[in-house]
Design a protein around this ligand. Structure first.
Ligand SMILES: [Zn+2]
Ligand SMILES: [Zn+2]
Length: 414
């Protein structure tokens, strides 16, 4: 029987020194955000602007989306997901962020006219409720001079905005930036906006429009592969792929009305909690996508109007309570103290006995130490992690059991 029985404590010492030292400025910045936050699930949310359902999952041949078709076979999707209001980007994107058909307000930033959302966004809810720093909440898109902005809501606002990463000019550029950000920061909430399909749709050449869909499809395939290849993301990351609006049923170069082509869009989800291969014909509408995303992250969205899509996920009552979601099988509690120097207690609880893999990674996803890899009895377990041989910095503690994992962030501050 395991020596790690209930409530036993043991010192685990890392013997592998690590090269990268974080400088003091970064550490001070992290400290400000870092009382005790613990991560459960990661969410990668991809928006393909202006792809019509009939060229994506609504096409039974899936000729333009072979990768997403395969992901759908192992994931789940909605067959009746609709933009139920404004079928154009400047209103539908804020609605996806806010989980409501928020009003927007005109503003000027550095002499460029733009708009901000009046309701709080998922980024703001997430950062306020988790205490996560901006680099754990990243919005990636191509370079745009007049970015739409999250809210200035008095209870949320700029203190809780995401890190906005706006660089490059094509969907391929955006994905390359996304990969670099994933490797560097492992954000828990990653929002990726792909603009090319709408752009080529407006230009009116069919081959270029469906070509852009195929390119977005292969990028989404590569993104899902990268998630599976990353030890921090694998097993605890949900990916959503959706659109803001479609295109006219009878003329693909435009959109903006209430026709079925403009309204009917894709909603695809993949991840460890998803009902494999499930296709729902229940009708959902655009604000529901954000509320579902928030459920995956375990956060509340008090000003949203949408409701969570539940049937695509194996966990029932996904919107009921973050606590239910977190404690379904096992819980990795926040380590204490945090920040720590040089030792901290790792505490986890498992509802049933089983094989546990508990490992510590650096922020780049390199495994620093395997703390435990063995059978453990049901109950509470506490271990002391000693980082005296490690440099200061953020470390990720990941507990994996039966293909599901939980991750917490630990800050070693010397
Ligand atoms: Zn457009
Ligand atoms: Zn239309």
């Amino acid at each position: 029987m395991s020596e790690f029985v209930k409530r036993e404590e043991r010192v685990v010492r890392s013997t592998k020194p690590h090269a990268n030292l974080l400088n003091g400025v970064i550490i001070l910045a992290l400290l400000m955000f870092f009382p005790y936050f613990s991560f459960a699930e990661n969410l990668v949310f991809v928006v393909i602007d202006g792809a019509r359902y009939t060229e994506t999952l609504g096409d039974p041949t899936r000729q333009y989306i072979p990768e997403m078709g395969t992901i759908a076979d192992h994931g789940a999707y909605l067959d009746a997901f609709y933009n139920d209001n404004y079928t154009f980007t400047s209103r539908a994107i804020p609605a996806l962020w806010c989980g409501s058909w928020t009003d927007v307000t005109d503003t000027t930033v550095q002499s460029v006219n733009t708009q901000y959302a009046n309701d709080p966004t998922i980024f703001e809810y997430y950062r306020k409720q988790t205490g996560a720093p901006a680099d754990s909440c990243v919005y990636v898109l191509k370079y745009i001079s007049s970015l739409w902005l999250p809210s200035y809501h008095p209870e949320y606002g700029p203190d809780y905005w995401p890190m906005i990463h706006s660089e490059g000019s094509s969907d391929t550029d955006v994905l390359n930036e996304t990969f670099a950000i994933m490797q560097e920061n492992h954000p828990q909430l990653l929002w990726v906006y792909l603009a090319d399909v709408d752009h080529y749709g407006h230009l009116g050449v069919w081959e270029n429009y469906v070509g852009a869909i195929s390119r977005a499809d292969s990028l989404v395939g590569a993104l899902w592969e990268a998630i599976q290849a990353d030890p921090i993301y694998r097993d605890n990351t949900t990916m959503v792929v959706t659109n803001d609006h479609g295109r006219h049923t009878d003329y693909f170069s435009g959109h903006g009305c209430g026709c079925d082509g403009c309204r009917h869009i894709m909603y695809l989800v993949a991840g460890p909690r998803v009902n494999e291969g499930f296709v729902s014909d229940t009708e959902y509408v655009l604000p529901d996508a954000m509320v579902t995303a928030a459920s995956v992250l375990g956060i509340e969205t008090e000003y949203s109007t949408g409701s969570a899509v539940t049937e695509l996920f194996r966990v029932t009552g996904i919107n009921e309570s973050a606590v239910n979601l977190l404690q379904t099988d096992f819980t990795l509690h926040p380590n204490y103290p945090n920040p720590f120097n040089p030792a901290t207690t790792i505490h986890f609880s498992i509802a049933s006995s089983g094989v546990i893999d508990l490992s510590v990674y650096d922020i780049a996803g390199r495994r620093v130490l395997t703390v435990l890899n063995q059978w453990c009895e049901a109950g509470d377990h506490r271990l002391i992690f000693n980082g005296s041989d490690l440099p200061s910095g953020v470390y990720l503690c990941q507990l994996r059991m039966e293909g599901v994992s939980r991750t917490t962030r630990m800050l070693l501050l010397k």
